[in-house]
Write a protein that binds this ligand. Structure first.
Ligand SMILES: [Zn+2]
Length: 254
């Protein structure tokens, strides 16, 4: 299994990251893609990736923190992006649910980081919360064709637009919750475009919902996706590992 989206540098893991990683490896997680949220977590993610062969880093600033991005931050991200363990720019996008940064700032910073990904020939990890139409508009205008819509929460119309651009769709803990739209969407998504993730420490899948999430629990997401697809978990495992490796260019070593 590969956890395609984890936040291991968050304070939630400060006291026991070693145990968390041991449980992930024990559960069969062969690689973890650690995602930056702001400049500090991006820097920390690159350091962490250098300490562990099975951890890769994605660097970028989340729309919540878009207001912190100035020229100096973009320059620093550009330096980080050259690191051999950095496999994408993210997570970037728009969040109209919490609106923690003004929307015009979120949009500018989203476009700036897409430009960075293009310059560095890297895919993007996209966060989209209640901003589906605008996110799609920007992705099309910017000509984005490589990356993943993480923790996909749109309807199939949005999924279709993402797939047409060439993007992957990644599913997280909410697929295990009642009322998830995933059961309608996943069967229509080409199998070679599906990825799984935890988004830990958040979005903990059933049966651990309410507790802290961790990469070992990607197993529950994978099993539920397999159930919806009507495909054995072992096959979904192979498939999603291959998809994630292709998306991020992890190579055969991952
Ligand atoms: Zn995330």
């Amino acid at each position: 299994m590969i956890d395609s989206h984890a936040h291991l540098t968050f304070k939630h893991f400060r006291s026991d990251l070693g145990d968390v990683l041991a449980r992930a490896r024990e559960a069969g997680v062969r690689a973890i893609v650690n995602i930056g949220f702001d400049l500090a977590s991006s820097e920390a993610g690159v350091r962490l990736a250098h300490q562990h062969d099975d951890i890769f880093a994605v660097v970028g600033v989340h729309p919540h923190d878009a207001e912190t991005v100035d020229a100096a931050v973009l320059e620093r991200l550009e330096v980080l992006a050259d690191d051999p363990k950095v496999v994408a720019i993210g997570e970037i996008g728009l969040d109209y649910y919490r609106d923690l940064s003004p929307r015009h700032v979120q949009e500018r910073v989203f476009r700036d980081q897409i430009a960075l990904a293009r310059k560095k020939d890297l895919p993007v990890v996209i966060h989209d919360r209640d901003a589906h139409t605008k996110v799609m508009q920007i992705l099309k205008e910017e000509g984005v064709s490589r990356g993943v819509l993480h923790c996909f929460s749109g309807d199939f119309g949005i999924a279709r637009q993402g797939l047409d651009l060439g993007l992957y769709l990644s599913f997280a803990g909410p697929v295990t919750y009642g009322g998830s739209r995933a059961a309608d969407i996943i069967p229509k998504v080409p199998a070679e475009r599906i990825m799984v993730e935890t988004d830990c420490p958040y979005l903990t899948p059933v049966p651990f919902r309410g507790k802290r999430n961790e990469p070992a629990y990607v197993k529950y997401v994978l099993e539920r996706v397999g159930e919806i697809m009507g495909t054995a978990a072992a096959d979904v495992d192979r498939l999603t590992e291959a998809n994630t490796s292709r998306c991020f260019g992890l190579g055969s070593g991952a």
